[in-house]
Design a protein around this ligand. Structure first.
Ligand SMILES: C[S@@+](CC[C@H](N)C(=O)[O-])C[C@H]1O[C@@H](n2cnc3c(N)ncnc32)[C@H](O)[C@@H]1O
Length: 218
């Protein structure tokens, strides 16, 4: 007969081993998957952006998690780096990515300039899955009549700017839809709006690098 102590020790050892195996499995599969993505999407990593590689892969993964033919909106497309990762998934799952920007470099530290030609050149491989809508996001919202599965907000980072984006676009997001905000780490406007408007309605939330994302109930 085994003593109770020995039986307990064996029992805890088995639990510990299975936890370790799960963690290890996740780590191994995560590494293989990241390596695969980095290798196959490497040309899109060359487009200039302030998003880290992990943040770009996150956009791709979240867009890939949607049902086929989903509607994606991006506010602040700039040179097309984040667009390309959303659009990689769009190409695989037949989504449509609506890209909204003035392409006048509003609020960018490098100063105003027309970035539209660069955006078009960089996103040329995805032109069947992306629709550029040029103008201020609040103006575009007034005539946008589709229900949104995922929205990436990376435009005007001031409190008033992010608040305006949320007020105009949140009502168009589907129940259970995904909202992603870049620059939560340094832009006070972004973190304030997330705290005031998104946290009270989120059912799942995460921060990865400088990016906050949430699934909302509404
Ligand atoms: C930080 S950049 C976006 C970066 C981009 N997501 C990337 O992958 O690198 C912000 C962009 O938002 C645009 N923008 C700023 N305020 C805007 C507004 N109110 N409406 C539309 N676009 C705006 C700017 O022109 C700029 O191209």
């Amino acid at each position: 007969m085994q003593s109770k102590k020995v039986r307990n020790e064996r029992y805890f050892f088995r639990i510990k081993r299975s936890i370790n195996n799960t963690v290890l499995r996740k780590f191994i599969w995560g590494s293989i998957y990241s390596w695969y993505l980095l290798k196959h999407k490497s040309k899109y990593f060359k487009i200039f952006t302030h998003l880290t590689k992990i943040e770009r892969l996150l956009l791709y993964k979240l867009a890939l998690s949607l049902n086929n033919k989903s509607i994606i909106v991006e506010i602040g497309s700039y040179l097309g780096a984040s667009t390309s990762f959303l659009a990689c998934a769009a190409k695989e799952k037949n989504h449509t990515v609506y890209c909204i920007d003035t392409w006048e470099n509003e609020g960018m530290s490098e100063g105003g300039r027309d970035t539209f030609d660069e955006f078009c050149k960089n996103t040329e491989p995805f032109k069947d899955f992306t629709i550029p809508l040029r103008g201020l996001s609040a103006d575009i919202a007034k005539s946008f009549d589709k229900k949104i599965d995922l929205i990436f907000i990376d435009g005007d980072h001031s409190y008033e700017g992010v608040k305006t984006d949320v007020e105009f676009w949140l009502p168009k997001v589907k129940k259970g839809g995904i909202l992603i905000f870049h620059d939560i780490g340094w832009a006070e406007g972004v973190s304030r709006v997330v705290n005031e408007y998104i946290k009270p309605i989120q059912i799942e939330e995460h921060i990865i690098d400088n990016t906050y994302w949430a699934r909302v109930k509404k």
